[in-house]
Design a protein around this ligand. Sequence first.
Ligand code: CO
Length: 271
Amino acid sequence: MALTRIHHIGIAVHDADKTAEVWRDTFGLETALDTELDSQGVRGVIFPLDNCEIELLQPTREDTGISKYLETNGEGFHHICFESTDVAGDLITAKESGIQMIDEEPRVGLTGMIGFLHPRANHGVLIEYAQPPDDAPQHTGPESGPGPHALHHMTVAVNEVAPVTESWTERYGLVGREPFSAEALGLEGQFLDIGPTAIELVRPMPGSGGPLPRKLDQSGEGMFMLALTVRDAAESVEHLRGEGWTVTDANAGAFISPKHTYGARLRLSEA
Ligand code: CO
């Protein structure tokens, strides 16, 4: 097992120029790459944070996976990419452990050599492995400003937490913290660490309402919310409200409606 961190979060969008207005103009992130992969029929735009990247994926043809994904699911979170130091070996290990694969061998992607595992094998989460080239530039997020500068964690909605923890700690080398329950929020869950980043598994408590049970009802298990770190949450909330955004101010953080971010549900909070 050679997975070291969450390398990036992939987000499917119809128009990367429009969505870039959020990440570049509103949040102040820099565009590190904007390129087309002809073989895949996809345009990728990458915005680095300190410990992770945001990857916008826009279809450039109609017969592609990403374009079918948008047709079925609409815009929003598309995949979690783990960085690997040996992508060929990790794909073999995954296949040998019985995981349903999309790619059994590495191919060229936006971030070096990559391969995908099937979302059916991972509670609705499409997982990518990527091995960046040795000379890949080390980017960082913005050094100041009200926008996010790092990934805090990626929240995944599941029906049961414990079996996913058991599976993902074994498969991907994630390290589980103590399970938690948050009565006030109507959910329970567990953080799984990987390097400087983490995945949070959550499930709604019986009878609770809100976007989490709605997501599970409507589209089943899968990526739910991206939590990003800001330097000063109050300043971020003020900045976004100044842009006309509806922001729920809670727990020294901001919950942002996906209507402002082309389908990506975000939480900004201080580290
Ligand atoms: Co990717």
